[in-house]
Ligand binder design. Structure first.
Ligand code: AHR
Length: 534
């Protein structure tokens, strides 16, 4: 009897799928014991680790934020109202702007003054498109104000000068009637702006000027001294502007040398220059040539991407260890001001616009990174996901008047209570999730007490096939109830689209509480945040 090979193949596939489904159904949920001792608190989880990044790139700024005052899209002074409302809800602590690589070609004077006289340039880094400069300093500050955030301004080191950057800061922050202050007032803003964070260049080892660490350090010293913030409200105390140097872009000797050079330089710093943070850029990419797709993938790509994501922890450990040599008191923050999944551009999109979709996988990726930053709260005091709207791992996607919130957006929303919360150590046996040659922890968890003393748990179940029972014992408090939200979806590559925006949205979850123990059943591939009432 001859068997048709196509029929045989179909039979094998059906058999394999049936086995998978049956295994998943039959397997009891794994139980993970979690111990939280609320009397042992750690560092403050700086709210600035939930920062965003808005570069003049693709439709990140133009269309994403700025539609112009004459647009039919509802806006306030040219800034989209729908986007502002969505961002307000996630309490964005700071926005890094104008780049990225764009920052080292940006000349601030191009973006001030009457809209019809703005200098029109090209954007050679990102698609070679027209940069109209209609979104400049005043529009950025208005946007920051509308969403209730703080400005993280990156000044141009690669093709600019300390003089140009110093003038920009004086223009933004001077309160006294200097020529630049008067120019700002004439352009509509007499009161000084606040600049909370100053980035001195961007990736100066690459698109920001291909500098060696020593060469960069000597530039940094000049900028640090001459680029001053004159806003009287920022002169002293907690509102003082913090200055960040370009830091490493990965793992390995080249990057360790970079960190070492800047930190050693700082050890010998004098009154005339300072350093408050060292930036770190690290994307979840894999192969830069053959990037992972952002849609239409399966468990293999899910597992591989998360494995790469978890490398963030080792990277932070290694660079922190170098920083510890020169700064054991951890005065200088490590600021991961570019992170996130970087996938292949969506077919048909301009490859220079870095357009990608955002799936449940990205929600898990975001939660894992935020947990890593929280565990390093004593050193990591800033981070900016790349990027806020329509670019890379975005919070929001827009298409003309339409807007959709991504799975990553919902993770940032669920994690709001962790902003400025105090880290509480959690111990647990994470177990294993194995797929092919990838082994990952089955669960990841953090805990923290918010500014009102309430306990919050964030738990991620990485396993896309098995649910997990969490059995949490909480020393130091008597739990009465616990509830919150869980984010999951049918598939690892489930996405929200303009037509179906609610595929990956959080749902309410309630824990069972007995004898002070909190028990939660977490769906496969999910992110959960609960608060505990006592
Ligand atoms: O986020 C996109 C780009 O990635 C940034 O402009 C640059 O700093 C990094 O290489």
């Amino acid at each position: 009897m001859s068997i048709n090979p196509a029929f045989m193949r179909r039979l094998i596939v059906i058999f394999a799928l049936a086995t998978l489904v049956l295994t998943a159904l039959a397997a009891p949920a794994q139980t993970v014991q979690l111990s939280v001792d609320t009397s042992k608190t750690g560092a403050k989880i700086d709210r600035n680790i939930f920062g965003q990044f808005a570069e003049h790139l693709g439709h990140g700024v133009y269309e994403g934020i700025w539609v112009g005052p004459d647009s039919k899209i509802p806006n306030t002074r040219g800034i989209r109202n729908d986007v502002v409302a969505a961002l307000k809800a996630i309490k964005v602590p700071n926005v890094r702007w104008p780049g990225g690589c764009f920052a080292d070609g940006y000349h601030w004077r191009d973006g001030i003054g009457s809209a019809d006289k703005r200098v029109v340039r090209l954007n050679p880094d990102w698609g070679g498109v027209i940069e109209p400069n209609t979104f400049g300093t005043h529009e950025f500050m208005d946007f920051i104000d509308q969403i209730g955030s703080q400005a993280y301004v990156s000044v141009n080191v690669g093709s600019g000068t300390p003089h140009e950057a110093a003038d920009w800061l004086e223009y933004m922050t001077a309160a006294q009637p200097t020529t630049l202050q008067k120019e700002r007032a004439a352009n509509g803003h007499p009161a000084p702006y606040k600049v909370s964070f100053l980035g001195v260049g961007n990736e100066s080892w690459d698109c920001g000027g291909n500098m060696s660490p020593d060469y960069y350090l000597s530039h940094y010293k000049d900028y640090s001294h001459f680029v001053r913030n004159y806003n009287p409200a920022q002169e002293h105390g907690k509102d003082q502007m913090l200055q960040f140097a370009v830091g490493p872009g990965g793992d390995g000797q080249r990057w360790e040398e970079w960190t070492d050079t800047v930190m050693k330089g700082y050890q010998h710093h004098s009154w005339s220059w300072d350093l408050n943070g060292l930036s770190l850029h690290n994307y979840t990419v894999g192969d830069w040539v053959n990037k992972f797709p952002s849609t239409g993938f399966g468990e293999t790509e899910y597992a591989k991407v998360l494995k790469i994501t978890l490398e963030m922890d080792g990277l932070i450990n290694r660079h922190s260890a170098i920083m510890d040599k020169y700064d054991p008191e951890k005065k200088i923050a490590l600021v991961v001001d570019e992170w996130g999944g970087w996938y292949a551009p969506l077919p048909g999109s301009n490859p220079g616009f870095l357009v990608q979709q955002n799936s449940l996988r990205d929600a898990v990726l975001a939660a894992l990174n935020l947990n890593i930053f929280a565990r390093h709260a004593d050193r990591v005091r800033g981070a900016n996901i790349a990027q806020m709207i329509n670019v890379l791992q975005a919070m929001i996607l827009t298409d003309k008047e339409k807007m959709v919130l991504t799975p990553t957006y919902y993770v940032f929303k669920m994690y709001v209570p962790f902003q400025d919360a105090t880290f509480v150590p959690v111990t647990f046996d994470a177990g294993k999730y194995v797929h092919g040659d990838v082994t990952l922890p089955r669960v990841d968890a953090i805990a923290a007490k918010d500014t009102n003393g309430k306990l919050w748990l964030a738990i991620t179940n990485l396993d896309p096939n098995q649910s997990v029972d969490i059995d949490a014992s909480l020393a130091g408090i008597t739990a009465k109830s616990a509830s919150g939200q869980i984010l999951t979806a049918p598939k690892v590559d489930s996405i929200n689209t303009f037509d179906a925006g609610n595929t990956v949205v959080p749902k309410a979850i309630t824990a069972k509480v007995q004898g002070g123990k909190v028990t939660l059943n977490l769906a496969p591939k999910s992110v959960t945040v609960v608060s505990v009432e006592q």
